[in-house]
Design a protein around this ligand. Structure first.
Ligand code: GDD
Ligand code: MN
Length: 374
């Protein structure tokens, strides 16, 4: 597979001169794939691009694009798009150019891709990984930030969600909605992971021992940290806004359901009298009509951005299966409460609907629309 290591650089002249030959010698050990490098330089004043051009005379698999400095995220997006659209990469890597990410790990990343994973993450926070050069304060900041992003945004399956060392399958990249990736600075890395996981990418982690750079300085600014925290909250609001929408749809569906139920009860009671069958019949009628109404609203609104390409009919069928199980739950509760405990019918029905809601939401998110987060 054509694999391109995307290296964003800003004033990394010295580092890039050491890193590129190191990468080339690791590439020799990888027989199955065709390995390339793309340097995404933001017109570094120290002459990083000139250094790369010098090396291009020696290495034919070395590419360079130059742009204006707009932040790490913008540089990565430009690099990934160029690698995939222009150079036909099937796998892209993100990697720091300052020698903090050891090239020797690349074969392990490629093994993960060969095993079928869409994403391999170099992880400092799993067994075997670490940040031995950091003082306690930096460790606390990085771990705290990472914990915050994981828990707040719901990215439990990866332990290091700010790591910049990753291999990504181009097909997984293409599944994402590019307009969701607008984070400009370092926060891009967590947004990017969030979007990959939400579109169904399977991730593997490889332990990463991260060493501090020896030459030059970090480009991480306070502004990047602020963006990072605000962004984690934004991602959380994104998934909880989905639950709010689902609840709103469900809530209006309850009204539709109750309205149908009470009218049917009145009509059937008038004509057929009170029996188990008129109670069940009115209840089922309310369920089915509100069901189709809920499905359509969820499809058009709650899951408007869903990348699930299943046929509408498949989703409608799944929605029915989930609903059927919910109907069993909510009617069991109705009968138990009304017939068993003498609770007024409308109230018993209402409680049944509430219990069924929770079940309904979770199974529909995970199964019908196959969303990976929440
Ligand atoms: N083109 C371009 N444009 N490159 C940039 C820019 C930019 O605006 N900002 C940073 N870079 C490049 C750097 O030149 C370097 O190659 C790489 O991105 C990482 O930048 P550093 O400044 O060395 O980041 P760090 O060491 O402080 O941050 C590390 O930890 C972060 C938090 O965990 C990295 O591993 C990051 O990937 C990680 O997010
Ligand atoms: Mn660094």
């Amino acid at each position: 597979m054509k694999t391109i290591i995307v290296l964003p650089t800003y004033n990394e002249k010295k580092n890039i001169g050491i890193l590129i030959p190191q990468l080339q010698s690791v590439f020799k050990k990888i027989k199955k794939h065709s390995m390339h490098i793309l340097v995404v330089d933001d017109t570094s004043p120290d002459g990083t691009a000139a250094e790369v051009k010098k090396l291009q005379k020696k290495y034919r698999n070395l590419h360079l694009i130059s742009g204006e400095k707009q932040g790490l995220g913008v540089a990565y997006l430009r690099g990934f798009n160029h690698a995939i659209d222009k150079l036909n990469a099937e796998v892209v890597f993100s990697m720091d150019a300052d020698l903090s990410h050891p090239p020797a790990l690349i074969p392990q990343f490629m093994n993960g891709i060969d095993e079928g994973y869409d994403l391999v993450v170099g992880s400092r926070y799993i067994r075997g990984g670490g940040t031995p050069d950091w003082d306690l304060k930096r460790k606390v900041i990085s771990r705290g930030g990472n914990f915050f992003a994981r828990v707040v945004s719901g990215m439990y399956s990866v332990h290091d969600c700010t790591s910049g060392f990753r291999a990504i399958r181009a097909s997984a990249f293409k599944k994402m909605n590019p307009s969701h990736l607008h984070t400009r600075g370092y926060a891009f890395l967590s947004t990017f992971l969030y979007e990959l996981l939400s579109t169904g990418s399977k991730a593997k982690e490889v332990p990463l021992v991260f060493h501090d750079r020896q030459f030059g300085e970090t480009k991480l600014k306070t502004r990047d940290m602020v963006e990072f925290f605000l962004n984690a909250l934004r991602l959380r609001l994104k998934s909880s806004s989905r639950m709010m929408k689902f609840a709103t749809v469900g809530g209006s569906g309850i009204l539709v359901n109750l309205a149908i139920f009470t009218s049917a009860r009145n009509i059937l009671f008038g004509t057929a009298g009170e029996s188990n069958w008129t109670l069940l019949g009115s209840s089922l009628l309310g369920d089915e009509i509100s069901l189709v109404y809920n499905f359509l609203l969820n499809q058009l609104w709650t899951f408007k951005d869903s990348t699930n390409t299943d046929h509408l009919f498949t989703k409608l069928m799944k929605f029915h299966v989930v609903a059927l199980t919910s109907v069993v739950i909510n009617n069991s509760i109705l009968f138990l409460l009304h017939k068993g405990f003498g609770v007024p019918d409308v109230f018993a029905k209402f409680i049944g609907i509430l219990c069924a809601f929770l079940w309904n939401y979770l199974v529909n998110v995970k199964w019908t629309w196959r969303e990976k987060i929440e």
